[in-house]
Design a protein. Sequence first.
Length: 411
Amino acid sequence: MPSLSKICSSFCFLSLLPRSRSRAPNPQAMAALRRFSSPAILPLRRFAASCPFSATAGDDQAVMTVETSVPFTGHRIDTPSRSVETTPKELLSFFREMSLMRRMEIAADSLYKAKLIRGFCHLYDGQEAVAVGMEAAITKKDAIITAYRDHCIFLGRGGKLIEAFSELMGRRAGCSKGKGGSMHFYRREAEFYGGHGIVGAQIPLGCGIALGQKYSKEETVTFTMYGDGAANQGQLFEALNMSALWDLPVILVCENNHYGMGTAEWRAAKSPAYYKRGDYVPGLKVDGMDALAVKQACKFAKEHVLKNGPMILEMDTYRYHGHSMSDPGSSYRTRDEISGIRQERDPIERIRKLILSHEISTANELKDIEKEVRKEVDAAIAQAKECPMPDSSELFANIYVKGLGVKDQAP
Ligand SMILES: Cc1ncc(C[n+]2csc(CCOP(=O)(O)OP(=O)(O)O)c2C)c(N)n1
Ligand SMILES: [Mg+2]
């Protein structure tokens, strides 16, 4: 048993760890980011020069080959090639989709501050490349399940802005009929199984979905997403063990944004090499700020798990906002750290630079896309505000399966 004085001194030690609101760079946090993700930090200004291109300008379907920002790092597996095939059309769609996601999250921040969104709300800005890269590699028959940072995953699954904003504001037109809120977005018709508030709880559920897929023999897979904080939980290892025993087609996607609420990964994880956490299960570390690297890794993982059973993908990413709306996000990390990542690794800027350096579009054309996106978001908000709240008769509906305890449920 540790002595009381030892326990007290470790708490005192914790209280001395960098938590100040000082604007000076937080040396420990910066060192941790460098230690665990420095290979992924490729300055964007050097990035354009590193991309070979073989398409003729003007042909939006021409196949071009682009190098990922950094090589993949593998655990018990040979890594995929860094050369990713794409097209001008795909790059423009990445730009548009990520801009739309970013704008939606910024607007959600304002709506929350105006008290039109209540309760919990976790934003995804900074992490958009994971959502769009993953979608580019799979079909809507493959399943996705995630935690509470789910708005952009929903859009990626084909969800509409009006459904997203309505859900956020508790309106009837929301994707969960206005009864789930920010943490419980679903889109069953596109195999999106939420939206879960209990850290890690979606992991065994995702493995269960993959068990169903194995039975169905439809050659589909499940992407089970969780954070670096959740990666320290026991249920990940239990679910992984069974998935590996049964060769389930599940890809465990650890979105490593380097913080679990206000706790930096190096304070919470003895080994932050999350791609190796599966031990006997292969893993890949991916630059989660590079949509093309994410696409390449997800395509590779889908092929692998259909033949061999589970695999872990660690996406090295970053969230710009605080953990949730109650966290300003700057008490446990410096503003310099956040602006450094924005400057060096921003996923939208990476794609913008690629489009410009290969003269796929002009800077003004990209600005026009951003203007359109703003208008689209504003229109969806205006529409959602007009939408009624759910009827009070809905309060007890969809709680039990019909016939189990409650009569006359609404459909
Ligand atoms: C079982 C459980 N424990 C604690 C919490 C409170 N909590 C909510 S989010 C969070 C941090 C999770 O961090 P991470 O998995 O890295 O995901 P991120 O928020 O960074 O996306 C915690 C501790 C919770 N919701 N559920
Ligand atoms: Mg995290």
